[in-house]
Design a protein around this ligand. Structure first.
Ligand SMILES: Nc1ncnc2c1ncn2[C@@H]1O[C@H](COP(=O)(O)OP(=O)(O)OP(=O)(O)O)[C@@H](O)[C@H]1O
Ligand code: SF4
Ligand SMILES: [Mg+2]
Length: 353
């Protein structure tokens, strides 16, 4: 039986929009995250995809307690992290670490690699006594495929891929159980992306890690994820095992996203139908009523403006079996012809970039 390590329910983050300098009056809210639910099982990777601005990073920040939710709960091993404070919160935070997108800006240029990777030990000295830190940091460098002798070098002396390895080593320093990786390879060259993904794959087995892996590149997410959630305007609109989402999507938004993924095989490319979405993503300050995707959906009907489709197996699919039967927040969810999505290149081996 799979055991959930994280259970997220009814998660909201609304940033108030105010007017006036002295008497700040709230005139609305940026609904960055607007009702997100998912579970993460032990040892699994949940991919989260969606267009820019849909709220992926805000979810990530709430998971690692860099942002406080407006509402909702985040349970780690059954305990609601959002209700904890002081020592109890610190103990939980140790177990959920983040790896950031941009290895160029997320590392302090004036600190040595040894200080960067060992910094979490300042907050949690119980994990590594002072006299033992250097050895631990060198072990971590070795684990992520960097020469332990580089411990006194500075970030600018490394390539982009190497810097992301440093970011991963820092994420591992406290031996967490969950890693939230927010676009960890988006800033890297394609060939280096594969190496970092393969490294993360290996570390997952070695350290028994569970990952929340955020990206906008659908093929990369498929390569690493066991399950995938698709976000639109602050909410997950479809979620399931990777083959269910990639080969049997039932939500029109997922179908449109997949239809835009480059396909290397010219024959497959010719066969598929590219779905061009109408209009722009609405502002998160003004989310459409009913189904939030309706202003861009080619299947929208009157009902879609009145009813909010829940993220669940749609009633009309419940009696069926097969991969199209999974959670999809669409009143008219149905399988379209599968759109083949190539996996990310993985034949480069892990090697050092
Ligand atoms: N501190 C803040 N105050 C107000 N609005 C914010 C704040 N942080 C994020 N937002 C808004 O919330 C929405 C979601 O932002 P978020 O960074 O989570 O999106 P994202 O999916 O990570 O996008 P990207 O793919 O570009 O990284 C955006 O409209 C953003 O402008
Ligand atoms: S509920 Fe209606 S508008 Fe929303 S995705 Fe389904 S068909 Fe489109
Ligand atoms: Mg982001």
């Amino acid at each position: 039986m799979a055991e959930p390590i994280l259970e997220v329910s009814g998660l909201y983050k609304h940033y108030p929009l105010t007017q006036g300098v002295v008497l700040k009056k709230q005139i609305g809210a940026v609904k960055a995250v607007d009702g997100v639910d998912f579970t993460l099982d032990r040892g699994e990777t949940l991919g989260i995809v969606g267009e820019s601005g849909c709220g992926k990073s805000t979810v990530a920040k709430m998971l690692v307690n860099l942002e406080k939710p407006t509402a909702g709960s985040i349970k780690y091993r059954g305990e609601d992290v959002t209700k904890l404070s002081g020592r109890a919160l610190k103990a939980v935070r140790r177990n959920i670490q983040m790896v950031f997108q941009d290895p160029y800006t997320s590392l302090n240029p004036r600190m040595t690699v040894g200080d960067i990777i060992g910094e979490p030990y300042d907050i949690h000295p119980e994990v590594a006594p002072k006299g033992d830190r250097r050895r631990r940091v060198q072990d971590l460098l070795d684990v992520v495929g960097l020469n332990p002798e580089y411990i006194n070098r500075y970030p600018h002396q490394f390539s982009g891929g190497q810097r992301q390895r440093i970011g991963i080593a820092r994420g591992l320093a406290l031996r967490p159980e969950v890693i939230v990786a927010d676009e960890p390879v988006s800033a890297l060259d394609v060939s280096v992306q594969a190496q970092v993904i393969n490294l993360m794959d290996r570390l997952q087995n070695e350290f028994d890690l569970s990952y929340v892996f955020i990206a906008h590149d659908l093929s990369i997410v498929r390569h690493i994820s066991d399950r995938v959630g698709v976000m639109y305007l602050g909410r997950i609109v479809e979620i399931g095992r990777d083959a269910e989402i990639y080969d049997h999507p039932t939500h029109p938004y997922t179908q449109a996203l997949l239809s835009a993924v480059p396909v290397p095989d010219p024959e497959a490319r010719e066969q598929r139908e590219r779905i061009i979405l109408a209009g722009d993503v609405p502002s998160p300050t003004n989310i459409p009523s009913g189904c939030r995707f309706r202003t861009r959906c080619w299947k929208a009907q009157e009902r879609c403006a009145l009813e909010v489709p829940p993220l669940a197996v749609p009633p009309h699919l419940r009696l069926l079996t097969g991969p199209a039967v999974h959670d999809s927040a669409c009143l008219f969810a149905e399988e379209k012809q599968a759109v083949p999505v190539g996996e990310a290149p993985d034949d480069h081996g892990e090697g050092s970039p």
